[in-house]
Write a protein of this length. Structure first.
Length: 313
């Protein structure tokens, strides 16, 4: 009589386990629900970009900064230099404020770094942003700053402000509505300080970009006048070059490395995810193209503008 051999069950292969897991109907339904929820949450994609920059820099400012030396080489820059440039930019904007008795409204305040500096200069400052993540952060870290969580276009108040500030936030707001709202809440002799980039050509696919010519036209139409303007395009470029250097020398090589690793370790997953990886790669190429300094100079100019209301006669 031959001895009965015990049946040894072979563990299912990794690939089979993964595929069975992916094809599980309950899991697919959960994934679809999760996708819908996330889509709603992340409806403004630039919020994600801002969060990324906020994680990288530590002074709670989300703008390009201002470099005195326009020839600063990106290789010679540190994160600390970029943060110092951001503080210099904020100080430049604050130097245009003049009335400490009336409140300042920081429109599109990001995560509160500029407003905190304005407060330290002795101004009463309120912050406004439609982004729930940003307002939560500001309320926790700068509890002394009164805050408003909504779009500027939807802001309602009886109060009059001595200064309205748009630091790299004007581009996100409907221009006509911004002029109407600013006109309602500015105090007589009050100043509206706008620092942002404007397009110098029209690009139908870039809806956020405001054309400078149209802006200038609207200034007069809405009863404002520009009392100061400075083109700081070349002074913001070192930050762009710095970010570009990181993408070229670290982010892109790292992505290629991860892709190779996936191919070697899990070739089947590499094969199955080809389409999604191609899509992601196109998206990243588009995002990273925003860091192209030559394109920036040819398409845009970065302006500091100070406006006041024209006196009624
Ligand atoms: C590039 S960040 C600038 C943040 C901040 N001013 C700074 O320089 O650190 C743009 C800001 O504009 C805000 N924003 C976007 N749409 C807005 C709107 N309709 N009204 C007011 N703020 C808006 C964003 O939530 C974000 O806080």
């Amino acid at each position: 009589m031959t001895e009965k051999q015990p049946i040894i069950e072979k563990p299912p292969k990794k690939l089979t386990v993964y595929l069975l897991g992916l094809l599980n109907p309950a899991r697919i339904i959960r994934a679809i629900k999760f996708h819908r929820k996330q889509k709603k949450y992340c409806k403004v994609s630039h919020d994600m970009e801002l969060r990324l920059y906020a994680e990288m820099l530590s002074n709670d400012m989300l703008h390009y900064g201002y470099f005195e030396d326009v020839d600063t080489e990106p290789e010679k820059l540190s994160f600390n230099d970029v943060e110092n440039a951001q503080i210099r930019y904020a100080e430049k904007l604050i130097s245009h404020m003049h009335d400490k008795f009336l409140p300042v409204l920081d429109i599109g305040c990001g995560i509160g770094g500029i407003a905190n500096l304005i407060h330290k200069h002795g101004y009463q400052v309120e912050v406004l942003t439609p982004n729930i993540g940003q307002i939560t952060y500001v309320r926790k870290n700068y509890p002394d700053l009164p805050s408003h969580n909504l779009k500027f276009e939807d802001f309602r108040t009886e109060k009059k402000y001595g200064t309205l500030l748009n630091a790299e936030s004007f581009q996100y707001i409907d221009m006509k509505k911004a002029f109407e709202k600013a006109g309602e809440i500015i105090a007589p002799e009050g100043r509206w300080i706008i620092a942002d980039y404007f397009s110098i050509q029209q690009f139908p696919d870039k809806k956020y970009q405001k054309k400078f010519e149209e802006f200038e036209k609207m200034v007069g139409e809405h009863g404002w006048k520009i009392i100061y303007q400075e083109d700081i395009t070349f002074h913001v470029l070192p930050t762009l070059k710095f970010a570009n250097m990181y993408v070229t020398r670290i982010v892109n090589p790292l992505l290629l490395y991860l892709e190779d690793k996936l191919l070697v370790k899990l070739a089947w997953l590499h094969h199955l995810t080809r389409e999604i990886r191609d899509k992601l790669s196109k998206k990243l190429t588009k995002e990273f193209s925003k860091l192209d300094t030559a394109a920036f100079i040819s398409e845009k100019k970065y302006m500091i503008l100070v406006l006041t209301k024209q006196q009624q006669t």
